[in-house]
Design a protein around this ligand. Structure first.
Ligand SMILES: [Zn+2]
Length: 379
């Protein structure tokens, strides 16, 4: 048979115990690939997370950005004056580069993680939303990406261990992967619709660096979040599966999309159902929605996702919609009451908060969903 095929005779285990499948052209082997879905090692943290998720609705943390804002940091603070001076040099202004605080104000970042943990978060997200070479290019800090991710995971781990030492509850670090500031499906130039500012391959390389750092720093799971362009997310998924194959450790994946318009679609034009079918191959630990909308406006889209996805559902809305000044007015009780409705209706397995939420929101939300059972995952 002189065409490309998978030779069943050539299915074998490599010396690293990863099942490898060979491709053949006629009798000639031309390449092989590791079967990442079968990667053997499941971490103890993943097993413990699975078990906990069967028992109760788990709590994710709230916004990092709004907590950082309250610190009123200056350009000098961002650069590390009075904290840890950054080993990576850049002439660009750094104020607003929140991820950089991992290296220059690690104590402050650890404290925010710790407050969320003590407010009831089982899972906290690393402060690495923009820690890719693509997003850090704006700040001239592409070379800092590995350190940002590895240190970001270590800081979160330290905060979780401190919280666990106090109350004995297990806690997990989710390595946060943002969408970057470019979109692979759409042109940023209205006069040139075929133009792309970034490609799948560019994204896969950048996400590969990011996830390698997160794994090195000890992240328990990976959260690909605020997905407005599914093609960007698919590059992130690809990079994760590659990294899992290379490290022989498969971490649970959480995948979270963002509905950006009133018709209930992502920026790249997908309904929640289409979004699920585009990422289902990753067999994620959770799929869900975050950001853009407050809880009430998110509800119908979440219900649609829960209706089609045979995996756990995660929701972390903003504290309502932003006001004219871009601030979020919903009180902890208001947000918590709406998120409790998700739980009452059996829609969710993990809940938390996005923009505008605080440790008080997370505390209120954890109390509000406590009486309800997690959603039964359809087989
Ligand atoms: Zn948000």
């Amino acid at each position: 048979m002189n065409r490309l095929h998978v030779d069943p005779e050539n299915y074998e285990f490599s010396d690293k115990d990863i099942p490898v499948i060979w491709f053949a052209f006629g009798p000639q082997r031309i390449g092989s690939t590791a079967l990442t879905q079968h990667a053997k090692t499941i971490t103890p943290a993943a097993a413990s997370l699975e078990a906990l998720a069967r028992q109760r609705i788990l709590i994710l943390d709230g916004a990092m950005g709004t907590q950082i804002q309250t610190l009123g940091l200056t350009e000098e603070d961002y650069r590390g004056a009075g904290g840890c001076a950054c080993a990576h040099h850049s002439d660009h202004p750094q104020k607003g580069n929140n991820d950089l605080l991992i290296l220059t104000q690690p104590q402050a970042v650890e404290e925010i993680h710790f407050r969320y943990a003590m407010a009831g978060a089982d899972i906290v997200e690393t402060n690495t939303f923009s820690a890719t070479s693509i997003a850090q290019a704006d700040y001239g800090l592409e070379k800092a990406v590995f350190d940002l991710n590895a240190q970001g995971a270590r800081i979160a781990r330290r905060a979780m261990d401190r919280a666990t030492a106090i109350d004995g509850r297990p806690r997990f670090v989710a390595g946060a992967i943002g969408p970057t500031n470019r979109t692979a499906s759409l042109s940023p130039d209205v006069n040139n619709p075929g133009y792309r500012a970034v490609t799948f391959d560019d994204l896969a390389v950048a996400y590969g660096q990011q996830v390698t750092g997160l794994i090195a720093g000890g992240a328990d799971l990976i959260l690909i979040e605020t997905i407005f362009d599914t093609l960007n997310a698919k590059a992130a998924i690809f990079a994760c599966l590659q990294a899992f194959a290379a490290t022989r450790v498969t971490l649970p994946l959480m995948i979270s999309g963002t509905i950006t318009d009133a018709s209930g679609r992502t920026l790249s034009g997908q309904t929640p159902t289409a979004f699920w079918h585009s990422v289902a191959h990753a067999r994620p630990f959770t799929v869900g929605l975050n950001c853009a909308l407050g809880a009430s406006a998110m509800r119908p889209h979440l219900a649609e996702l829960a209706g089609v996805a045979p995996t756990r559902i995660c929701a972390y809305p903003n504290a309502g919609l932003p006001n004219a000044f871009g601030q979020y007015d919903e009180t902890p009780d208001q947000t918590a009451a709406q998120v409790a409705d998700f739980a009452r209706e059996g829609l969710v397995n993990i809940v938390g908060g996005c923009c505008g939420t605080t440790p008080d929101h997370i505390r209120a939300l954890a109390e509000a969903v406590a009486p309800f059972r997690p959603r039964e995952v359809p087989q």
